[in-house]
Ligand binder design. Structure first.
Ligand SMILES: [Zn+2]
Length: 146
């Protein structure tokens, strides 16, 4: 199933500038790349060991040479957005589930202080996954930047 066609105005395969190239984005490809990202593996080849540290990616995949540094200074803003939205959504779901599960004797103090701790901690724990997720989705929808 084709979700959409990623288009680019970049040259590829001998096409001059201004000629769009397209590559179908299928649900299977999207899910494959998302799964690799969730496992902290390279979106292109599935190889591992992409990080120098918790906070820093290597410049390229050690297995296939896929450029992890995309060369755009604002590229990772999307990764930060993925991190905040996903982490805070998860925290909200957990806290609402706790409140519903313990109703009517909801442990409000636990929710208040635990919620603050989770709201600060989960984005830190999710940070590497969010970066590789953003990279994988970029690779899925703009594959000719490879
Ligand atoms: Zn790779």
């Amino acid at each position: 199933m084709v979700i959409c066609r990623a288009a680019s105005m970049r040259p590829r395969g001998g096409f001059p500038y201004g000629v769009a190239t397209t590559q179908p984005v299928t649900l299977r490809r999207f899910l494959t790349l998302t799964g690799r990202a969730m496992a902290l593996r390279c979106p292109r080849c599935g190889g591992g060991s992409l990080f120098r540290s918790w906070w820093a990616l290597k410049p390229a995949c050690p297995s296939c040479g896929f450029a992890l540094d995309r060369g755009e200074p604002d590229f990772w803003i999307g990764g930060y957005a993925v991190n905040i939205v996903a982490a805070e959504l998860l925290v909200t779901i957990l806290l609402v589930a706790l409140a519903v599960a313990t109703w009517p004797d909801v442990p409000w103090a636990l929710i208040q202080y635990g919620g603050v701790a989770l709201a600060l901690g989960v984005p830190i724990l999710f940070f590497p996954v969010s970066r590789v997720l953003w990279l994988a989705w970029d690779f899925c929808f703009r594959p000719d930047r490879d």
